[in-house]
Design a protein around this ligand. Structure first.
Ligand code: DAH
Length: 357
């Protein structure tokens, strides 16, 4: 009995964790444990033997049980102390500011443009970036053999084998949203549609993905004069220059008639661009009166309704306003560039608070 006692007390003292302790408990006191087996043998003993062995085995069982409990508590204490030591925290240290993100110029300018047009009563409309050939071209009065299709450097989606419908495209402009908005809302309507567009082109001022904002206003008596006013108001607010001057130049788009490209007065003196002064003109957008065929494609009766549309490049607006020379850098995800040209997340552009401060 003394041998058993020493063996288990030593083993318990040396146990490294709770699992080890449990193994020892089973080995000594479990159903087939060494001490349990001895206790079962008591029945075969003579009454005299039993009188000695009975209390001795019971005492041994109690001693082992308390040794197990004490060791378990000690192990738990040690584990807690180790956690307290490892997870120690000096709450008197000064806080370390987290690295701060910033708002990308494209997001900033999209917000600015949206705030300005919202103030003039334009709601925001959206459409898919993977667009059917019909919405991207036909519905905008660009039939299959029209030369404008070639000018768009279109990305085509692949077609299932044997499919003879024209392939879907990555939309080459935001103009298809005009059709979707007309179909969804009917007339009268006043929307802008900012979003991503795609063309297979790459140099300092072109990237295969870029951003446009489309505008559309349709009512019974909307004229070219309304278009001029809206665009002049927009440019004054956007460039934050009182004396902006626009030049409407006759042009051609299949989806508008008449069509005009709009240039803004600027100067390039000393290599820096200044808006609203000087003797240079820079093209900033395309526009016109919505073609009757486009109204029809949108489900609107051209004998009853008329309106204007315009489209401009958001990235280009950002480059002009914030003096960013290379468009490709917009999409490089270079943190140094983003920190330099980015905007604080808390400075939401509003007309009353200032668009860009
Ligand atoms: N969709 C034209 C483009 O991507 C831009 C444009 C021109 C949109 C005239 C219009 C418009 O709504 O009236 O080049």
């Amino acid at each position: 009995m003394e041998e058993l006692r020493q063996k288990y007390l030593d083993a318990i003292a040396g146990a490294g964790d709770e699992a080890g302790l449990e193994e020892l408990r089973i080995a000594a006191l479990g159903k087939k444990g060494e001490i349990s087996l001895r206790m079962r043998e008591l029945g075969k003993m003579t009454p005299e033997e039993r009188q000695v062995m009975g209390p001795g085995l019971n005492a041994l069982k109690d001693e082992i049980n308390s040794a197990l409990a004490a060791k378990k508590a000690a192990l738990a204490d040690a584990a807690l102390n180790e956690r307290l030591r490892a997870e120690w925290l000096d709450v008197t240290l000064p806080g370390r500011p987290r690295p701060e993100g910033s708002i990308h110029p494209v997001s900033q300018v999209t917000e600015e443009v949206t705030a300005i047009f919202a103030d003039m009563g334009f709601a925001v409309a959206e459409g898919p970036q993977i667009e059917s050939d019909w919405f991207n071209f036909d519905a905008l009065n660009i039939p299959p053999e029209h030369p404008a299709r070639q000018e768009h450097d279109t990305f085509f989606m692949s077609r299932a084998d044997g499919c003879d419908r024209p392939p879907h495209v990555l939309r080459t402009h935001t103009s298809p949203v005009q059709i979707r908005a007309m179909q969804a809302q009917g007339a009268p309507i006043r929307v802008i549609a900012p979003g991503r567009v795609y063309r297979c082109d790459y140099d300092q001022t072109h990237t295969p993905m870029f951003h446009q904002v489309e505008g559309l206003a349709i009512d019974r008596d909307i004229s070219m004069a309304n278009l001029k006013w809206v665009l002049e108001e927009f440019c004054r607010a956007f460039f934050e220059v009182e004396g902006v001057e626009l030049r409407f130049r006759a042009s051609h788009f299949p989806f508008t008639e008449p069509s005009a490209e709009v240039d803004i007065r600027c100067s390039w003196e000393g290599g820096t661009l200044k808006i609203g002064e000087g003797n240079d003109w820079m093209e900033i957008l395309g526009s016109g009166m919505v073609h009757p065929n486009v109204l029809k494609a949108g489900g609107i009766d051209p004998d009853e309704w008329q309106g204007f549309a315009f489209g401009m490049g958001i990235d280009r607006l950002a480059m002009l306003k914030y003096g960013i020379p290379d468009l490709r850098a917009f999409f490089d995800s270079d943190l140094r560039w983003l920190r330099h040209y980015g905007f604080s997340a808390l400075d939401m552009p509003t007309l009353h608070g200032g668009l860009s401060r």
